[in-house]
Write a protein that binds this ligand. Structure first.
Ligand SMILES: Cc1ncc(COP(=O)(O)O)c(C=O)c1O
Length: 391
C-alpha cells in the first residue's frame, strides 16, 4: 500500500531504549548530544523576538514564489555584512534548509539520480534524497593530524557517474567542523563544470568558526561558479529552528542560472510554503543575531578548549581538530572496542549520552560525536565520567 521510497527501520535502537528506560526511572542523564539551542540555557531577546509577530501586514496575503521582497532584502543585508553582493532576484525564501534541499532535489533529480555527499556527515541527507526518489553516494573526507578533515578528490571523482546531478558541500561540515579551503573549492567548481553538475553549499554553521583562519571560505557567495546553490537559515544563524525561515541563493553561469531560477519558481509557486508572518518578522529578528551568536560562539569555544585541555594527554581518547560548527568528534580507536559497546557502556554505567560515529557514517569504527552546545558544567562532568570509565 505504501510508497517504497520510505525504506527504513522503524524499531528504536538499543541506545535510545536504554536512555528512555533511565529517564522513566528518574535517573539524571548527562546528555552531551543535544543541539537544540532553545533548550540549552541561552538567553534570547524574548520581548524583541515576540513583539515582531504582531504586524497588521500579516493579515494580507501577497504570495511570491521567491518570498516577500522584504525577506529577501534581509538575506541580501546578511551577505552585505560579510562584504558579499547578492541580487534579491537570485534569492528564494524557504521554510528551512531541509526543505530547500527538497526543492533542489525536485529541480535536479530524476528517480534514482545521485547526489554526492561528504562522509562522515549529519544523518539527514539520505532521508532527504530518499523522499525525492534520489540516491545518496558518499565522497570521503579524510583526517590528517594537523590539517584536519579535507575532501578526498580521488574518492569523489571515482564516484561520479552519468546519474550524478549534484555535489553537496557542507561548510563547515557537521559533525567534523571542517570548512572548505579556497583551493579545494576551486577543484569542486572544475569538477562540476566538467561534469555539468550543480554544487549545493550548505552554510548553516558558517558563522560559528572557532578560530580566525584566512585559508577558509566562510561562504562561497561571489566566488567563481558553474551552478551554485547556497543554503542558510535562521535555524542555526539565530538559534531559532522553530521559526522556519531559510533560503537558497543561486549563482552561476548566466544561461544555466536563469533556467534554474525559472524552474525553481514553478516548484516554489506550487507549494508557497513560507508563512507570511515569519517573512514579515524576518528583518526584525535578524537584529538579534549578534546577541545570540555571541553566546553560542562563547559556549562553543569554552567547551572546545575544555575538551582540548581534558583530553590533551590522553593516549586512548583523542579530540579531533574542529574549525567550527556545533559538534566535536572524539576518536577512541586505540581502545579496540566497538562504538556500540563504548557508547552503550558509557550510558549504562556512567549515565552519559554521546552519539556513536556510525550515526554519522564515519568510514571507520572508533569515533563518537559530542554537541558543543552542551551546557559547560554538564559537558565537564560528562567528560570526567567518560574518562573515569576505565579507572
Ligand atoms: C548541515 C546541516 N544542514 C541542515 C540542517 C537542517 O537545518 P534546518 O533546521 O534549516 O532544516 C542541519 C541540521 O542540523 C544540518 O546539520
Amino acid at each position: 500500500m505504501f510508497s517504497k521510497r520510505l525504506n527504513i527501520e522503524f524499531e528504536p535502537n538499543q541506545l535510545s531504549i536504554l536512555f528512555n528506560a533511565k529517564i522513566a526511572k528518574g535517573e539524571k542523564i548527562f546528555d552531551l548530544t543535544s543541539s537544540n539551542p532553545t533548550k540549552l540555557n541561552f538567553s534570547y531577546e524574548e520581548k524583541l523576538i515576540l513583539k515582531n509577530f504582531i504586524d497588521e501586514q500579516s493579515l494580507v496575503y501577497n504570495p511570491d514564489p521567491k518570498g516577500l521582497i522584504t525577506a529577501r532584502e534581509t538575506v541580501k543585508e546578511y551577505y552585505k555584512s560579510l562584504g558579499k553582493k547578492v541580487n534579491v532576484e537570485d534569492i528564494f525564501i524557504t521554510p528551512s534548509t531541509s526543505e530547500a534541499y527538497s526543492f533542489l532535489f525536485k529541480l535536479l533529480l530524476d528517480p534514482d539520480d545521485e547526489v554526492l555527499i561528504p562522509q562522515p556527515c549529519y544523518p539527514l541527507f539520505e532521508y532527504l534524497a530518499m523522499l525525492d526518489s534520489g540516491n545518496v553516494i558518499y565522497y570521503p573526507l579524510l583526517y590528517e593530524h594537523k590539517a584536519g578533515w579535507r575532501p578526498d578528490f580521488k574518492g569523489l571523482q571515482a564516484n561520479i557517474t552519468g546519474k550524478t546531478k549534484s555535489i553537496i558541500l557542507i561548510n563547515p561540515n557537521n559533525p567534523t567542523g571542517s570548512y572548505i579551503k579556497s583551493d579545494d573549492y576551486f577543484r569542486f567548481v572544475d569538477i562540476c563544470r566538467k561534469n555539468k553538475i550543480a554544487l549545493i553549499s550548505d552554510e548553516v554553521f558558517s558563522d560559528y568558526d572557532i578560530e580566525k583562519n584566512d585559508d577558509i571560505l566562510r561562504t562561497i557567495i561571489g566566488e567563481k561558479s558553474y551552478l551554485n546553490f547556497i543554503l542558510n537559515g535562521y535555524s542555526k544563524m539565530l538559534g531559532l529552528p522553530q521559526m522556519k525561515f531559510g533560503w537558497i541563493v543561486i549563482e552561476g553561469e548566466e544561461e544555466i542560472k536563469s533556467e534554474a531560477i525559472k524552474r525553481l519558481e514553478v516548484i516554489a509557486d506550487t507549494y508557497l510554503s513560507v508563512s507570511t508572518v515569519i517573512q514579515n518578522a524576518s528583518s526584525k529578528l535578524f537584529i538579534t543575531k549578534n546577541n545570540i551568536q555571541t553566546q553560542i560562539r562563547g559556549r562553543i569555544k569554552t567547551n572546545y578548549e575544555m575538551l582540548q585541555s581534558k583530553l590533551l594527554l590522553n593516549p586512548d581518547i583523542r579530540l579531533l581538530k574542529c574549525e567550527g560548527g556545533w559538534s566535536a568528534v572524539i576518536s577512541f580507536g586505540n581502545l579496540l572496542i566497538s562504538e556500540d559497546k563504548f557508547v552503550y557502556g558509557l550510558l549504562e554505567k556512567k549515565n552519559v549520552l554521546i552519539h556513536p560515529g556510525y550515526y554519522y557514517d564515519f568510514i571507520e569504527e572508533g569515533f563518537a560525536v559530542i554537541s558543543l552546545l552542551t551546557e559547560t558544567h554538564i559537558l565537564e562532568e560528562g567528560i570526567d565520567r567518560l574518562l573515569s570509565i576505565y579507572d
